[in-house]
Ligand binder design. Structure first.
Ligand SMILES: [Mg+2]
Length: 245
């Protein structure tokens, strides 16, 4: 095997969820403000947004779930991708800059991102249901965007189904590195059962974190993650888990 390929065969690709994993909103429910106005502008209605439980969903899935009773399909939502991203960014920034929305970094996050960045065998990227524009606004606001600015990230505009995001990550990494990474070289780190099922869909490993608002430890354990931590606080412990998954 070629030397560089040998090197790639040892890599662990860490795919980080955002909400409930890296950061938490300190203004609960504020997302509804810009989801509603964006959906009004792009689709003419915000449908059942108030009734949708967004945890673990992609942003486009939240829109689909809100609008499916009005005859919208995932394809119809995704066909508006460009105008959706543009409008979403404008609407989100209005809310964000007015101070109606803010975020905080969860405990241990900067430490584990720094530690994995310094280790040659780890690669960090985002695998998030957030639209790219939302991910950037949120992570910039808390100083975490630089960790992912050059990463091979996958965002919520890819699909209304989180599993598709995992397939896209696998595809992009193989294409970029021209190396046939094994699915088991990928570790999805997230706070919901949807993160676990996305990992299972591609044969990736999964580390669950019980720092989200909706799913506690017992709840997540029912979905059988490969590992679970209460939080990312203990950098050494998390590093050891990631090394051994
Ligand atoms: Mg999450």
């Amino acid at each position: 095997m070629h030397a560089v390929q040998n090197e790639y065969a040892k890599r662990k690709i860490l795919l980080w969820d955002i909400d409930g994993t890296l950061i938490l909103s300190t203004t609960r429910g504020s997302y509804k403000l810009y989801f509603a106005s964006t959906m009004q502008k792009v689709f003419g209605s915000s449908g059942d947004l108030e009734a949708v439980m967004p945890s673990g969903m992609t942003d486009t899935q939240i829109m689909y779930e809100s609008l499916k009773n009005k005859g919208f399909t995932p394809e119809k939502i995704l066909s508006k991708r460009d105008v959706l991203l543009r409008t979403f960014k404008e609407e989100m920034l209005k809310v964000h800059e007015s101070g109606k929305e803010s975020y905080r970094v969860l405990e241990g996050v900067e430490e584990i991102l720094t530690a994995t960045l310094q280790k040659q065998n780890f690669v960090n990227a985002l695998l998030t249901g957030n639209l790219s524009v939302a991910a950037e606004i949120k992570l910039r606001s808390v100083g975490l965007w630089n960790y992912f600015i050059d990463s091979l990230n996958v965002f919520g505009e890819v699909s209304c189904n989180r599993k598709d995001l995992a397939f896209e990550a696998l595809r992009r990494f193989r294409e970029r590195y021209k190396f046939n990474f094994s699915p088991s070289q990928f570790v999805i780190i997230g706070d919901t059962p949807n993160d676990i099922s996305a990992a299972r869909a591609i044969g990736a490993k999964v580390l669950s974190v019980a720092t989200g608002r909706v799913h506690g430890k017992e709840d997540l354990l029912k979905h059988k993650p490969d590992a679970l931590v209460e939080s990312l606080k203990d950098t050494e412990q998390v590093l050891e888990i990631l090394e051994n998954l």
